[in-house]
Design a protein around this ligand. Structure first.
Ligand SMILES: *[C@@H]1O[C@H](CO)[C@@H](O)[C@H](O)[C@H]1NC(C)=O
Ligand SMILES: *[C@@H]1O[C@H](CO)[C@@H](O)[C@H](O)[C@H]1NC(C)=O
Ligand SMILES: *[C@@H]1O[C@H](CO)[C@@H](O)[C@H](O)[C@H]1NC(C)=O
Ligand SMILES: *[C@@H]1O[C@H](CO)[C@@H](O)[C@H](O)[C@H]1NC(C)=O
Length: 459
């Protein structure tokens, strides 16, 4: 090789290297990068948000908010988070009230959440299906009947296209997490990834207070109410002998609640009273949503550590024009951003699809599964989740590898846990609500960290 061609090839090499560097740098989509959210404290990690089209006619776009890990994002896992409803927002609930980096304050600012899950992973919050939060369908007939199947399919297309936009995360370990109706979204999306052999580095799922089996989950509510002193012996007897809560729930959904079931439901709610947060029976309610005058009285009481009115603050924050601009979010076909969709008609028949068998097939495919319960939630109580997981373990023949025992955060019991076959785990979070990381952020972060590492909870 002559000197000339050698230097040519060196220049060529430098150009190639430069070009690769440019590609790598510009592959992070600058247009989606968030400069700073209004009122946000300074942070070192990057945030991105924007839209991904999920159908070929460009009619449906899903909105995401992506928070890089606080440190070493390249080597940390990537975690998708899905709130439930069906029809509620992962950004309004998951990101801004549970485990995102910031929470809104009284004076319209954001404060840092010390127990943010992005201390351990890159977190991708997705508003799904279209019609939730900033996600939309420009063809409104989509909203007429949305099903689990449509949601899972759109979520998979979203992920494929998101990875194409952020290719540097394709090799990171990938996990799917969520809560409540996420007990449908998360396993169904996971199953679709396995079935379509989509090449994500997919490792596991975690679901909190998940709907897994309609009858068992809803019937266990009565026992929870009764054992926590929210209803009388006689009402409990009505709910066990005359009309089940699952029957009540089914009748309400079909607009058919009457007769003995209507009376049972009335008895139940009269005794519970409307000043109880069913998502955490030990927490006070946010009185501003229940009764403005009582809220004024409550302001005079001792300030609480847990901000039970966070939902109102999140809604106010996400409805500010400058916040929507900073997030690159648009309101398409709706007047306001709302926590749960007002436009979407979800197929309520889908609530009855059992997803517990899907957990079994995921375990058989080598996917790590964690089911956890905030133990003060009456909406999907620990009682049903614990026995569903235990029953599943027996059915698929995975033996107990960590016997039921307390787990710890610091020196205090943070809940109880059991592990089967080193792959299927159950855990409670002591003192936690339906949205566990909202009321027990520190314990939830310990649980999340152990889950990502595939380790049993600290003893
Ligand atoms: C909207 O969606 C419906 C149902 O999928 C379809 O029949 C209709 O053609 C669509 N409208 C437009 C304008 O694309
Ligand atoms: C209770 O629920 C079960 C379904 O889990 C149903 O088969 C049964 O008929 C219900 N009983 C009453 C009294 O509503
Ligand atoms: C919705 O938006 C309208 C107009 O922008 C506003 O007047 C109204 O107060 C908002 N409602 C809520 C619940 O935020
Ligand atoms: C589970 O336990 C049973 C009974 O102790 C034993 O027969 C079986 O081999 C165990 N299964 C596995 C996968 O270890």
């Amino acid at each position: 090789m002559s000197m000339l061609s050698h230097s040519f090839s060196m220049i060529a090499t430098i150009i190639v290297v430069l070009a690769q560097t440019l590609v790598t740098v510009s592959s992070l989509p600058e247009a989606d990068r968030i400069n700073s959210l209004p009122g946000q404290p300074q942070v070192k990690f990057q945030q991105y948000s924007g839209y991904i089209w999920v159908d070929d006619q460009n009619q449906r776009a899903l909105f995401y908010y992506f928070v890089q890990a606080e440190e070493h994002p390249a080597s940390k896992p990537l975690v998708l988070w899905l709130n439930g409803g069906p029809g509620c927002s992962s950004i309004g609930v998951g990101a801004f009230a549970e485990h995102g980096p910031f929470r809104p304050t009284d004076n319209n600012a954001l404060e840092k959440n010390d127990y943010s899950w992005n201390r351990e992973a890159n977190i991708l919050y997705l508003e799904s299906p279209a019609g939730v939060g900033f996600s939309y369908s420009s063809n409104k007939s989509f909203y007429a009947l949305v099903t689990d199947e449509i949601t899972a399919r759109d979520n998979l297309v979203f992920l494929e296209r998101w990875f194409a936009k952020f290719p540097e995360y394709s090799d990171n370990e990938f996990f799917i997490t969520g809560e409540s109706y996420g007990g449908h979204y998360v396993p169904q999306l996971a199953q679709l990834i396995i079935q379509t052999k989509t090449k994500f580095n997919f490792k596991g799922i975690a679901i909190g207070n998940p709907l897994l089996e309609f009858n068992i989950d809803f019937n266990s509510r009565s026992e929870f109410f009764w054992s926590h002193g929210l209803i009388s012996d006689s009402t409990y007897e009505v709910l066990t002998k005359v009309c089940n809560y699952s029957s009540i729930r089914r009748l309400i959904q079909n607009g058919n609640l009457r007769g003995v079931c209507e009376r049972a439901n009335k008895l139940l709610y009269t005794e519970i009273s409307k000043y109880i947060d069913e998502y955490d029976v030990t927490l006070d309610v946010c009185l501003s949503s229940v009764n403005q005058q009582a809220y004024v009285l409550n302001q005079l009481q001792e300030t609480q550590k847990i901000d039970v009115c966070i939902g109102d603050k999140v809604t106010a924050y996400l409805n500010r024009k400058e916040v929507q601009e900073a997030l690159h979010g648009s309101l398409v076909g709706v007047a306001n951003w709302s926590t749960c969709s007002d436009v979407l008609h979800y197929d309520y028949q889908n609530l009855e699809i059992p997803t517990i068998p899907i957990l079994g097939s995921l375990v058989k495919s080598g996917i790590r599964v964690l089911v956890y319960s905030g133990d003060q939630d009456s909406v999907i109580p620990l009682i049903s989740s614990r026995s569903l997981v235990n029953g599943l373990a027996k059915e698929i023949g995975v033996n107990t590898t960590v016997a039921y025992r307390a787990w710890f955060e610091g020196k205090q019991v943070a809940g109880w846990t059991q592990v089967y076959g080193d792959i299927l785990s159950y855990a409670t979070i002591r003192g936690a609500s339906h949205e566990a990381p909202f009321s027990q952020p520190q314990r939830s972060l310990v649980l999340f960290t152990a889950f990502l590492e595939g380790k049993p909870l600290p003893s």
